[in-house]
Design a protein around this ligand. Sequence first.
Ligand SMILES: [Zn+2]
Length: 399
Amino acid sequence: MDGRSPEDSRRASLGALLRRVHLAGAVSRARLAESMGLNRSTIMAMTAELAAAGLVREDLPELTGRAGRPSLLVRPASDRAYVLAFDIAVDRLVAARVALGGAVLERREAPRTRAGADLDTVVRVLAEFGRQLHRGASPGSVCVGVGASYCGMIRPGDGMVRFGPDMGWVDQAFGAELGRRLDLDLPVLVGNEAHLGALAEHQRGAGVGVRNLVYLHGDVGVGGGIIVGGELLGGDGGYGSEVGHMLVNPYDGRPCGCGSRGCLEAEVGERALLDAAGRPADRFGREAVREVVDAADRGEAAAREALRIIGDWLGIGVANVINLFNPGMVIFGGMLREVYLGSATQVRERIAANVLPVSRERAHLRISALGDDSTLVGAAELGFSRLFTDPLGTPVGSR
Ligand SMILES: [Zn+2]
């Protein structure tokens, strides 16, 4: 016995079914029965309950010309339930209303200055976006959750930013403060951007169906999200998967934002690339990184050399994680998409030289399929998580 009551089990099954429909978009009852290991009459009863609650709809599939009665397609009721998702990234603040089923219905975005943004300023901008998005929702739709991605270390449970080196935040009650300002009577669930990016790529992006993967998210620094057996490796306190602070160059490495020296992110982050390419200190951001990669493509010697150096360090980091975790895929997100595309040869050379042959066979290298939205999509999925825990009992934010 696992100690769960029949009612708990029923709630969990309903949540699992709704989550499958949410991720699949449209899925037949027959397919649900097969993938969940339940019989069709059980699935029918469950979809009827979710349909009565306004969370799914059932309809006939397009005619296929095949004989026999077609299995009804179950779809998420994307006009009924939505979440608010926020992405607090290095250069921008993003807010979106995301429908059950995953479609981004509406979004707001503001640029963010690199230094000096305090909690109050950030929360004020986001809360105003959130209120606009909430007011813009169609009548009859309900907000079922709020999720946020933050570029720093987050305490699970209450959305406290323990350490956000990029904004200089230490122990800032970000989740609680955003929740208070939004005033939706819903908790704001906050996750680390690379953790959420990893989950998003696993659920909806390049890593669908890959049970063991490593996601590397680059901006100023490098975040990591490691998925083992389909689950995020959070560690004891939820601060795990910090691949960016893997020590790769302890003796003469560059200083790192964490206070250490020679961390992977110090060697492959944005500033390392721009410095290596001889770009001035007032040039930074995603566009500046793209400019170096484009210049290398056109044959500029300094840019090519910078990508060779950065690619070698990136390869060292990737070789270490492949040896440690034997992933089926390594995904490069954020600005590391561009860096990887510009330095794939060096990364692959390192893997060939330094990864155990038996692990090398399996590790596919990919760029993020969700692009700049991987962290926002992850925040939305986090926002939906409460609904999937108890689909019929989730309190919803009034509109
Ligand atoms: Zn560090």
